[in-house]
Ligand binder design. Sequence first.
Ligand code: 5GP
Length: 115
Amino acid sequence: MIMSFLSIDIFNQIINREIPADIVFETETMIAFRDINPKANVHILIVPKQALKTAKDVHNDNLSLFGELFFVAKQVAEMEGINGYKLHMNVDESGGQVIPRVHLHLLSPDFECDL
Ligand code: 5GP
């Protein structure tokens, strides 16, 4: 089923503290907070503060930002005490993305989706 993008970038509202979230990690460029509807014991969303809609917005000039996503995932996983983990990203509406803002899902191994 193709999900539609929400019209509002909720994650930008979380970054701007306009709506609450359980924020677990933050830097100048990244924020990480718990998913409101967790699919695993640990389910954290890692979001670049730069307003990029989908991973298709990756370009030569922002490659490091995408590398940083993986670096933050490693740091947050260590903080959460999970050794192995799953990283998942939905890309664009037809790829199942709902929130129109690049985000990486960090999931503990009990997540049972067969990708
Ligand atoms: P997507 O399908 O876009 O990759 O994933 C969006 C994720 O954002 C979903 O797992 C959903 O549960 C989560 N989510 C949606 N709205 C909110 C919210 O207001 N706060 C938080 N913390 N997570 C949200």
